[in-house]
Design a protein around this ligand. Structure first.
Ligand code: ADP
Length: 162
């Protein structure tokens, strides 16, 4: 049976930090599903274009697909018969929350095993919100995001400035 892993997040937008985790997970599992999930406490900047942009950024990775989900993560995990939920850990500050989430998901569905991958040192500080702040002030984000995301960010903040 194929080993499927789910990598959930906001991906608003996808960064090189996310892509690093996805590539490493794709080397471990047969298939990785990047799951763009609805977070009720955040309103997304890329509300409409996120799925297309994430797909474009990952188009060269053969065993990676992208999906959208508005419901409980464990319901998706059960639906596709995944064996793992992937989480990237940047710092100790990520851990407390992710640990709580992992235990909660396990309590809701025993098949929901969370696998933590540590961020690479060069991506430790990288977050979608940081990238958006730099782009908003016309800073260079080319080392933090794929080209398609850089283009979209430029477009977005150019429109905002007019
Ligand atoms: P953010 O926390 O930046 O808003 P997401 O909600 O999209 O990002 O995060 C999805 C997953 O990716 C989480 O497990 C998060 O810890 C992880 N992640 C985000 N940025 C990085 C990074 N630079 N390196 C490793 N993992 C990351």
């Amino acid at each position: 049976m194929k080993k499927i892993a789910i990598y959930p997040g906001s991906f608003d937008p996808i960064t090189n930090g996310h892509i690093d985790i996805i590539k490493r997970a794709a080397n471990i599992f047969d298939k990785v599903i990047v799951l763009i999930s609805h977070n009720p406490s955040k309103s997304p900047t890329f509300a409409i274009g996120r799925e297309a942009l994430t797909k474009e950024a990952l188009k060269d990775l053969g065993n990676v697909s992208v999906d959208l989900w508005d419901g409980l993560l464990v319901d998706y995990v059960r639906k596709v018969e995944a064996c793992a939920i992937i989480k990237g850990l940047r710092a100790v500050t990520d851990f407390e929350y992710e640990f709580q989430m992992a235990l909660t998901n396990k309590a809701l569905y025993d098949g929901a095993e969370t696998v933590f991958l540590t961020a690479s040192t060069e991506n430790m500080y990288l977050s979608s919100s940081m990238v958006k702040q730099i782009a908003r002030f016309s800073g260079d984000v080319s080392q933090f995001v794929p080209e398609c995301v850089e283009t979209e960010l430029k477009e977005l903040y150019k429109l905002c400035q007019h």
